[in-house]
Design a binder for this molecule. Sequence first.
Ligand SMILES: O=C[C@H](O)[C@H](O)COP(=O)(O)O
Ligand SMILES: C=C(OP(=O)(O)O)C(=O)O
Length: 372
Amino acid sequence: MATTLITGMHEPRIDRMQPLTPPDLLHRELPIDEVRRTAVTDARTSVAAVLDGHDDRLLVIVGPCSVHDPLAALDYATRLSGLAGTLGDDLLVLMRVYFEKPRTVVGWKGLIYDPRLDGSGDIDLGLRTARALLLRVLDLGLPVACEFLDPLLARYTSDTVAWGAIGARTVESQIHRQLASGLPMPIGMKNRPDGSVTTAVDAVLAAGAPHVHAGTDTTGQPVIAHTTGNTDCHLVLRGGSRSGPNFGPVAVEDALRRLRSADLPERVVIDASHDNSGKDHQRQAGVVGEVARQVESGQRGIVGLMLESFLVAGRQDIVPGRPLTYGQSVTDACLSWEATVATLDRLALAARRRRGTRPAGAGHAVLGARHA
Ligand SMILES: O=C[C@H](O)[C@H](O)COP(=O)(O)O
Ligand SMILES: C=C(OP(=O)(O)O)C(=O)O
């Protein structure tokens, strides 16, 4: 399909256009059967229950910064599904299976955009590879988390996803807030890269409201979409380039206060990576330690954590002609598998200890309330 060129266009800055398989054809080629569909629906319900405080486990979204090698991702998923089962009484574990990378300037944009990692940009192959991997991860019994970056691509994979993110670079975009308002899973809104939490609170409010927007249906046909609003949206604290980390008790209380003032449920997910760790993977464990202390001292506003983790610690550059280290990130630096196990054990202990603490009275009374 990728070789057919679309002709007759006179766009001076478009070199060429190629057809892209519409979502429904890809769905037919790589179907989500009833068993997987039920698993995704159940996982979304479980995530919402943790967000609402009806389930006292911690939500943990963990996995590579980006998938670049489906085999290594599946290897990781196999290990994580075992660990998720062992810790399942205390943690609700989802795997980060991220295929779209929002870049600060330029760089490799993820497996969907460039599955060969060589700039050839075969998005058709990327979507096929991504969907096939998502189905295999589901078959391991592991729910999946993704970032939704290009609204046009969301329908290719959204039926497999239990938790979605709107990233720091797009959280201020009305287009992404509209998208989130119609998506069927809970969506985490990240604070802006500079650290603005207000922008993400605004995004939670905006996505909770109904919208009418232009989009495409699963056949690729342009449509006017009328959304109902997504009340499972919530804040993700990822630190900021100007304001610094925001995982400590003061920053967490400040975020919860902002949510309360906006009449939103007081709940935050904390991203241990990005500007909370200065993108230094070794510092993620320190962030988790601090967050675990808050959780076990009874902080119920912290409903979950995000970790960037892969098989091998650190990161590597994509260099043409140089083989890549198996299981190591090609975007942000990740925790090793061994460090991940220790980190998740620590979080499970914190969730257990929190069960033994008394819920704070007035402060968290709105936990569990659904935003109208
Ligand atoms: O999570 C990945 C990166 O933080 C994000 O895509 C931005 O990366 P960049 O600043 O290297 O472009
Ligand atoms: C790009 C990411 O994060 P952020 O939007 O917080 O930079 C990510 O989680 O992959």
